[in-house]
Ligand binder design. Sequence first.
Ligand code: ZN
Length: 109
Amino acid sequence: MYCTNCGSQMNDADRFCARCGQAAGGPAPNASYGPPPPPRQRLARDMANKKIAGVCAGFARHMGWDVTIVRVAFLAAILLHGLGVLAYIIAWIAMPRDDVRAYQPPQAA
Ligand SMILES: [Zn+2]
């Protein structure tokens, strides 16, 4: 048989063309698959960019906002109402850390 890419003769037992590396029988079956889609940005505390507990950084990443804006908004809420601290603590407790997401527990069938 002949290589589908460069046309050089191949042995029937060869799985790849010795000249250009083309897989026998055409491109590899998975060649049309693109790279895997990026993981979704779930709401989680951003451990890499945290200042206190990563709540502001996690919100900013989730919403696509600048983390500075989120931090300023939190500080403004603290100064103006005193509710920012409570909101921060609630978010701290409620939001998962993003540095433990590597382990995915097996799904029950
Ligand atoms: Zn070839």
